[in-house]
Ligand binder design. Structure first.
Ligand code: DAT
Ligand code: MG
Length: 149
């Protein structure tokens, strides 16, 4: 089953949006298989954002993600990687559609509330970076028969 990595960034935590954001993925029908509330080390932040290390905003990004607690999550479901990106919305919240998390709650690209893996391979890399195997829970929601054929 496909899995994605999501992280509610320090702004989402400070703005008390953890419950709201989790609610969207839960009620959509995806399954939570990993969750932790944590401070991010500089090393983890730099590895996580490695693809952006040459970008002018890299240092600010690392400073920001390490500035306060984040909510790291793994969610499971058919097509969850692409669907979660749609639910999160465009990188710049000002361009993100209403109805998306960034579209509904954000106004600034540097405060866009949540990270979501951009592809299945990226998700596998990020899950491995943030979670140990034993921190992920295999389980079958009893509702699943009402969510899919
Ligand atoms: P996304 O988070 O939508 O996958 P990304 O991977 O291109 O976006 O960039 C990672 C984060 O870096 C993004 O969530 C916010 C920040 N960022 C991206 N482009 C930026 C820019 N032009 N100026 C400032 N911050 C930027
Ligand atoms: Mg990205």
């Amino acid at each position: 089953m496909e899995r994605t990595f999501l992280a509610i960034k320090p702004d989402g935590v400070q703005r008390q949006l953890i419950g709201e954001i989790i609610c969207r993925f839960e009620t959509k029908g995806f399954t939570l298989v990993g969750l932790k509330f944590m401070k991010v080390s500089r090393e983890l932040a730099e590895q996580h954002y490695d693809v952006h290390k040459e970008k002018p905003f890299f240092n600010g990004l690392v400073e920001f993600i390490t500035s306060g607690p984040v909510t790291a999550m793994v969610w499971e479901g058919d097509g969850v990687v692409a669907a979660a990106r749609k639910m999160i919305g465009a990188t710049n919240p000002l361009s993100a559609e209403p109805g998306t998390i960034r579209g509904d709650f954000g106004v600034n690209i540097g405060r866009n509330l949540i990270h979501g893996s951009d592809a299945v391979e990226t998700a596998q890399r990020e899950i491995g970076l943030w979670f140990k195997q034993e921190e992920l829970v295999d389980w079958q929601p009893t509702l699943s028969g009402w969510m899919r054929e």
